[in-house]
Design a protein around this ligand. Structure first.
Ligand code: PGA
Length: 254
């Protein structure tokens, strides 16, 4: 079970200290906190004292280093003790124009550096209403994982690219329907479970699939105990350590 807090552009030094002091994540789930870049080192140091908590970055650059003003390299993230990175969050896709092709470059360098990568995918409302959800997800997966997996022409199944060796347990998909992110409109857990099963069936190897989109301490338990749902990616409700702790607890109980 993997439960990730995505603070987005929120949080401060003082808030981080208070957050970790009241965070209660006993229960066996792996908990990853993704604060803004400047808080990574500080949160990482505090997190190391709580063995089940790791830190993750919300983004990274796709080159090792160079003249990329304002960007952050995976090398530096690793040096800071970061274990995970998000790739292709819908806000990065929509607000910052990130394409599947660019996302695939980030996924490649992050995996090569030994980071766990959470590749975010999700349909928008129009795509959902036109019945093309699975098609959209499959295209996002295939293109965001270009060079990492190869589609078998006959079966359509995605196999690891033998020319790109990576630890498959480090690759995670987060299914985050765009219409559910930050809207308070949570997806139906039964439906999420079957979408996750469909996502898993695209791969020749086992892959963890998380759900994200308006998860909170009231609805988290509906996602627990379902074999397609391996965890959650939580935005707004992760900013309050008490509410996030309750989410972790609800998911760990099953
Ligand atoms: P939300 O965000 O929980 O605030 O809907 C989820 C996300 O963006 O990962």
């Amino acid at each position: 079970m993997l439960i990730i807090a995505n603070w987005k552009m929120n949080g401060s030094l003082a808030e981080s200290k208070a957050y970790f002091e009241s965070l209660d994540v006993a229960g066996g789930a792996t908990v990853v906190i993704c604060p803004p870049f400047p808080l990574l080192q500080y949160c990482g140091e505090i997190a190391r004292s709580v063995s089940t908590v790791q830190v993750g970055a919300q983004n990274c650059h796709w080159e090792r280093s160079g003249a990329f003003t304002g960007e952050v390299s995976v090398k530096l993230l690793c040096e800071l003790g970061v274990r995970w990175v998000l790739a292709g969050h819908s806000e990065r896709r929509r607000i910052f124009g990130e394409s599947n092709e660019l996302i695939s470059k980030k996924v490649r360098i992050a995996l090569q550096s030994g980071l766990g990568v959470v590749v975010c995918i999700g349909e928008d409302l129009q795509e959902r209403e036109s019945g093309s959800t699975m098609q959209v997800l499959e295209q996002q997966i295939t293109e965001s994982l270009a060079g990492i997996v190869i589609k078998d022409a006959a079966s359509g199944i995605l196999f690891p690219n033998p020319e790109f060796p990576f630890d498959q347990s480090q690759l995670v998909i987060a299914y985050e329907p765009v219409w559910a992110i930050g809207t308070g409109r949570v997806a139906d857990a039964e439906e999420v479970n079957s979408i996750h099963q469909n996502i898993k069936a695209l791969f020749s190897f086992p892959i963890q699939v998380l759900y994200g989109g308006s998860c909170n301490d009231k609805n988290a338990s509906s996602f627990a105990g379902r074999n397609g749902i391996d965890g959650l990616l939580v935005g707004g409700a992760s900013l309050d350590s008490h509410s996030f702790s309750r989410i972790v607890k609800a998911m760990s109980l099953q």
